[in-house]
Design a protein around this ligand. Sequence first.
Ligand SMILES: CCC(=O)SCCNC(=O)CCNC(=O)[C@H](O)C(C)(C)COP(=O)(O)OP(=O)(O)OC[C@H]1O[C@@H](n2cnc3c(N)ncnc32)[C@H](O)[C@@H]1OP(=O)(O)O
Length: 632
Amino acid sequence: MGYKDVYAAWKADPEAFWMQAAEPIDWDRKPSKALFDKGDHMYEWFADGMVNTCWNAVDRHVEAGRGEQTAIIHDSPITHSKREITYVELRNRVATLAGALRAKGIEKGDRVIIYMPMIPEALEAMLACARIGAIHSVVFGGFAANELAVRIDDARPKAIIAASCGLEPGRVVHYKPLLDGAIDQATHKPDFCVIFQREQEVARLVEGRDVNWHGFQYGVEPAECVPVEGNHPAYILYTSGTTGQPKGVVRHTAGHLVALNWTMKNVYNVNPGEVFWAASDVGWVVGHSYITYAPLIHGNTTIVFEGKPVGTPDAGTFWRVIAEHKVRSFFTAPTAFRAVKREDPKGELVGKYDLSHLRAVYLAGERADPDTITWAQRMLNVPVIDHWWQTETGYAIAANPLGIEELPVKLGSPSVPMPGYDVQILDEGGHPMKPGELGAIAIKLPLPPGTLPTLWNAEPRYRKSYLEHFPGYYETGDAGMIDEDGYLYIMARTDDVINVAGHRLSTGAMEEVLAAHTDVAECAVIGVSDALKGQVPMGFLCLNAGCNRPHDEVVRECVTLVREKIGPVAAFKLACVVDRLPKTRSGKILRGTMVSIADGKAYKTPATIDDPAILDEIKEALATLGYPEKAA
Ligand SMILES: CCC(=O)SCCNC(=O)CCNC(=O)[C@H](O)C(C)(C)COP(=O)(O)OP(=O)(O)OC[C@H]1O[C@@H](n2cnc3c(N)ncnc32)[C@H](O)[C@@H]1OP(=O)(O)O
């Protein structure tokens, strides 16, 4: 069957489609049906089934006689080390860790925060939680203590599992002081913390609260897999919203298993036993879905890569890893390829490696620009597939499903909707638009299995953020169009969320931090185009009347403040002081116009502007930062 047939089969009978997709999963009790309509646009999938994620990702492969297959390859050009863990080793390690967590009181439904770098122990911690029905919430290592504290207060974890440190090129990231700071700051306190001591930094443990990863596992009874209901939350993953309070995306167990397993063959075209590599971080949804869960559920070998596309040691690292570990399908963010292209535009390092096992490359996390795609196609000589999805969905909304059929690539488009997703372009009034017309991208409800059913402890916010604007649809927050052939094009966000190097960040959260500076009366943060990172944040600061401090001093403090409060990942390095911000007469800051000016794009002075002269002041301020950039 080709793509059109598969999509039509889903549309004709979604229930049958998903029940069939559920067949390869090992159920403790098979679900009686796929979709559970709870009314009022709330849905669950396979809710009355009983199942365990860890069993499906680990134990069943051992039971099936594949215990000696490598489950995880850790490749760290930063520590110059490589290590392989077989499925049987993984089962034993995870069962013991789960047993130790249980012995310290962790039970089904308890939350466990995981704050770890790119080491296999991060995956083991996730799987150990899944084994006993605990709900994990992984926090990305590039966030600061304050962001961790916010997540601790929202998830209210009984335990936190952390490493002593992370390793960035040329710098040790001191996780433990960040963790201690976050716990001090948070209102909720975990019962205990498990600390994995890395040899690069041994952290000081807090007596009575912290236990050592190895020590607390000593002599414990390994835990068996605990079957959970299909609608039991497997994890919570926080993502940026329009304010400083991140949204806790909930992932239910059964839909997650079924959908991810389906994607491995149909989208990524890998067979069990083959090597799959997603060069992302476990702290992002790509890491959850395609470093940890999907490859293991499907019986693949997954790679945990602790390095960067360039500088560890050079722009040939990706090719080395692909060659050495015989990677079949490779997944990365366009920004990573842009970094490689900048260092090695002619691909001289590509030729040094045998990439004959590589069948396809997948890009996501941000819009893939045509230059980057054509460069990668030329260098690697395999299909380079852009695909589009979100933290909320957990897997591809639109893709070129190579495992079903290789569709023609249209540059600038992540191709076509996947089964499960009825994607529509809507006008402001919620009416479907014609092919080629630009509008809001929405998905007709219900969303398919594995997508978010709600937000953690925040159902009203879930409804408001995603369901209310277009009744009967999920609002993606992206704008775009669908062409005559059904190909989707993602053009922009409809809110103030920006995408920096594939990291989704809230300008609202940065504004909250800047506004807390004692000299800042008012501020705005926008995302400006960046040749490498796609977008970077830029801040405009209005200082309090009477503040006579040198502007560059205040700017420096503001940059430091964002790094301290949100983290280095915000990449907030550009800011300037202005007298006033351009606003409409009703007081809305004209961020869109400011973005156009900074990007050197044509713009119309909005009819509702309060004082058009302020746009000239913004232009002058931008010039001091070198914007618009010459190349833009
Ligand atoms: C499809 C659904 C989704 O969208 S899920 C999200 C998908 N996105 C991704 O997978 C992210 C892709 N991007 C990347 O992997 C990185 O940005 C790549 C391309 C590797 C470049 O990394 P890097 O050179 O560190 O730049 P960056 O902009 O990411 O980092 C900015 C500053 O943050 C720091 N940082 C980064 N990661 C960590 C970490 N885990 N722990 C601590 N710090 C971290 C970087 O060191 C950098 O710091 P500095 O400002 O240079 O001092």
